[in-house]
Write a protein that binds this ligand. Structure first.
Ligand code: BES
Ligand code: MN
Ligand code: ZN
Length: 486
């Protein structure tokens, strides 16, 4: 989408559709206020009203979008309002939409430019590759958005450039999640990494079954062995370690499909399990953004990828798996597979002597029971790291909520016959999963993000989301990394 930043007023620029974002109970110019009953629109958050001003030279249609009280306006409000404008443009078949704000935004120019761009780009996204017979009207998309501002235009434009890069990372993650399991196998995910690496200058390695066997990636191999689609371990490296350049490892769970294996899931729980690589998708999206924004960091993206299937070659309840670390894992439920493939990736991450390991996974149904779709679960071995991530969550609106990793939880996954067991019972199901992961990172600062409730949305709550993969984690990780050294 073409995004222009201009000074001036959306009300005096001719267009097929103008959007005016309005603070709650703020005074509107007379030419707008005279068009409706004050009680019909007060500017509350996500309130909207479509008007048809009949004056010459301005917008033919004017969409008022409420921002809520000026005191609480954030980048999330702006992102939401911009997405609402773009979606209205789609519905009304308007190719070029104009956007403005009634009053000065209480936000830095770069932050508001970024939020406008994110909302405009993300609000337009749909996964329709497999729909056939759609008419031109149905696939209509707005092509240009012009945002009228009264701040530092150059600063806002820089924000737009950043926001576009972030949005395309989010869209990459959504695409990966939305692709059906047969269309994105571990091997194809590996190919995606190679392509991404060539495009962005990342150093990428993909290990297949033979290398995994030779090097002892016992967790990934065990989970993957029930499927004809062989597993992969993907490493993507941006930048290099050096003076003042911390190393951050991003680790993602990449189950391209999770049937549960022999501990088979019920049919309804399996419906969305092509999305069980939402953590991996966030790592891909974040690596793209990191490279495009040329962040002054050394960032390593690690993805364990497998397909969890029931078959005569599948791993079984009762099996004991030796992970890359040498630690043994008693498998009691083959559906708790994410932690098993991640154990190899987390141990591998120690090779980089990272300043932080941040791992994302659609790990437990229990986190959906705890937090619903409104927050990602956070568990961490290092409180400074946890707080950096929480702050990024508040700034981006990709909120996280921390759960404890006390010693009692580690006790719950001790096994009689192996070093750990892969389930700790129903109580504290998300935390025992996090405790399991923490057993493989050594003493490196570690944060685990359980995105099981946030990576997928059947019916999205926000205008900048679309049904299916949300791309959660990309905006969060980007914000975390951009501020890492502050
Ligand atoms: N991929 C699932 C978790 C999940 C559930 C993600 C719902 C998204 C939506 C994970 O592999 C899993 O099956 N976890 C089990 C663990 C249990 C067997 C201890 C779960 O949460 O039921
Ligand atoms: Mn599972
Ligand atoms: Zn899973």
């Amino acid at each position: 989408m073409d995004i222009q930043i201009k000074t001036g007023s959306v009300l005096s620029e001719a267009s097929e559709l103008g959007m005016l974002a309005v603070f709650q109970d703020s005074e509107l110019p007379q030419e707008v206020a005279g068009l409706f009953e004050p009680a019909d629109f007060r500017g509350g958050a996500s309130e909207t009203l479509l008007l048809y001003p009949r004056n010459q030279g301005g917008p033919r249609r004017l969409l008022l979008v409420g921002l809520g009280s000026r005191a609480t306006v954030s980048t999330s409000t702006i992102r939401q309002a911009a997405a609402t404008a773009v979606q209205k443009a789609r519905a009304l078949k308007v190719a070029a939409v104009t956007i403005g704000v009634n009053g000065a935004l209480p936000l830095p120019g770069d932050a508001s430019g970024q939020a406008f761009a994110e909302g405009i780009e993300l609000g337009a996204y749909r996964y329709w590759h497999y729909r056939t017979g759609l008419s031109d009207d149905q696939i209509f998309r707005a092509e240009r958005a012009t945002v009228f501002v009264n701040g530092d235009v150059e600063q806002i434009r820089r924000g737009v450039t950043t926001g576009k890069a972030i949005a395309s990372g989010v869209i990459l993650a959504r695409e990966l999640v939305n692709h059906p399991g047969y269309a994105l196998t571990p091997a194809l995910l590996g190919d995606e990494a190679v392509t991404l690496g060539k495009r962005l200058g990342l150093r990428v390695t993909v290990r297949g079954k033979q290398e995994l066997t030779d090097e002892g990636f016992g967790g990934i191999l065990a989970v993957g062995k029930g499927s004809a689609n062989e597993p992969r371990f993907i490493a993507m490296e941006y930048g290099a370690a050096g003076e003042g350049k911390p190393t951050i490892c991003l680790v993602g769970k990449g189950l391209t499909f999770d049937s549960g294996g022999l501990s088979l899931k019920p049919a309804d729980a399996m419906e969305t399990m092509k999305s069980d690589m939402g953590g991996a998708a966030a790592v891909f999206g974040a690596m793209q953004v990191v490279a495009e924004l040329k962040l002054p960091l050394h960032v390593v993206g690690l993805v364990s990828s497998a397909e969890n299937m029931p078959s005569s070659t599948a791993y079984r309840p009762g099996d004991i798996v030796t992970s890359l670390s040498g630690k043994t894992i008693e498998v009691l439920n083959t559906d708790a597979e994410g932690r098993i493939i991640l154990s190899d990736a987390l141990f591998f991450a120690q090779r980089y002597k990272p300043d932080a390991i941040v791992e994302l996974s659609t790990l437990t149904g229990a986190i959906i029971i705890a937090l619903g779709s409104h927050a990602t679960g956070l568990m961490a071995t290092d409180q400074a790291l946890a707080e950096k991530i929480s702050r990024a969550g508040e700034t981006t609106g990709e909120r996280v909520w921390q759960l404890p990793l006390w010693d009692e939880y580690h006790q719950m996954i001790k096994s009689e016959i192996a070093d750990v067991k892969n389930i700790g019972g129903r109580p504290a199901g998300s935390i025992t999963a996090g405790a399991f992961l923490a057993a493989f990172v050594g003493d490196y600062p570690f944060a685990h993000l359980d995105v099981a409730g946030t990576a997928w949305a059947d019916k999205p709550a926000k205008a900048f989301d679309s049904p299916g993969g949300t791309g959660v984690g990309v905006r969060l990780l980007t914000e975390f990394l951009r501020n890492y050294q502050n």
